[in-house]
Design a protein around this ligand. Structure first.
Ligand code: 5RP
Length: 223
C-alpha cells in the first residue's frame, strides 16, 4: 500500500467517524496539507449535511470553497465540535509536530477552539520521541535573526525556510537537532521568545485521537 493510499484511508476513516454527528448547523474545523486535502475531497459529497467549515489556511479555504462548502471566519463561530488535520510527527502521548505546510499558527488556533482534534496520519509519522522532523517556528520577519540566535542557545539548528511567507505575513524557521524530552516545556519556552508567533509543537493542545493508516488498515490511537 502506498503512502497516498494510507492517507486516503485515514481521511475516509475520519469522515466515517464524524458523519453520524453532523447536523445542519454543524461547522467543522479543517486543517492543512495533503491528508487534510483528501479529507476535504471526501467530505464534499456530504456538504448538504452540515453548515460549513473554518479553515486553518487560505489553501484549505480555497479548496473547501471550490467544492461549494461555505467557509466561515473563526470570529463568527464559537462552537467547533471537530478539528480534522494531519501532522508531521506524533508520539505515544499524542503530542504533535505540525507546520510542515507553514500553517501552524492558524492550525493551533482552530485546534484550540475545537472540542475534539482528530489527527489523520500515515504510519511514517509515528515516533517514540518528537524531533526527527525539524520543528517549524513562525516568526515576525524583523525578529528572524534574533530568534534564530536564541534557538541555537536552546540547542537547535534553525534554518530559514527561504521563499515561504505564512498566511499571516511571517517567516518560518525550521529547527533541526532539538532534543524534545519535554514537549510541553519546550513549546512554552520557544513561545516565550520575543518575535515568535508560535511553534509547531502541539503538546498543550495535542490530538484527542490519532487515526493512523497502515498497510493492514487504519489504527485508532488514544493516549
Ligand atoms: O502541519 C501541517 C501543515 O502546516 C500538516 O498537517 C502536516 O505538514 C502534514 O501534512 P501532510 O498531510 O501533507 O503529510
Amino acid at each position: 500500500m502506498t503512502q497516498d493510499e494510507m492517507k486516503k484511508a485515514v481521511a475516509q476513516a475520519a469522515l466515517d467517524r464524524i458523519l453520524p454527528h453532523l447536523e445542519e448547523d454543524t461547522i467543522l474545523g479543517i486543517g492543512t496539507g495533503s491528508t487534510a486535502n483528501l479529507f476535504i475531497d471526501a467530505l464534499a459529497a456530504h456538504k448538504t449535511r452540515f453548515d460549513g467549515a473554518v479553515a486553518s489556511s487560505q489553501a484549505s479555504a480555497d479548496r473547501l470553497k471550490a467544492h461549494g462548502i461555505p467557509v466561515y471566519d473563526l470570529n463568527s463561530v464559537s462552537n467547533l465540535p471537530f478539528y480534522i488535520d494531519g501532522a508531521d510527527e506524533f508520539d505515544p502521548h499524542l503530542n504533535l509536530i505540525k507546520g510542515g505546510g507553514a500553517a501552524l499558527t492558524r492550525e493551533k488556533i482552530v485546534a484550540a477552539v475545537s472540542k475534539e482534534f482528530i489527527c489523520i496520519v500515515d504510519q511514517t509519522k509515528q515516533v517514540e520521541v518528537l524531533g526527527n522532523f525539524p520543528l517549524p517556528v513562525e516568526v515576525i520577519p524583523m525578529a528572524r535573526s534574533y530568534v534564530a540566535r536564541e534557538l541555537v542557545k536552546l540547542g537547535g539548528d534553525p534554518e530559514y525556510r527561504e521563499g515561504v511567507v505564512t498566511d499571516n505575513g511571517n517567516v518560518i524557521l525550521d529547527v533541526f537537532n532539538l532534543k524534545i524530552v519535554d514537549p510541553k516545556a519546550l513549546e512554552q519556552q520557544i513561545n516565550m521568545l520575543t518575535g515568535v508567533v508560535t511553534n509547531g509543537l502541539f503538546a498543550h493542545r495535542g490530538a484527542n485521537v490519532i487515526l493512523m493508516g497502515t498497510p493492514q488498515g487504519v489504527q485508532e490511537i488514544t493516549a
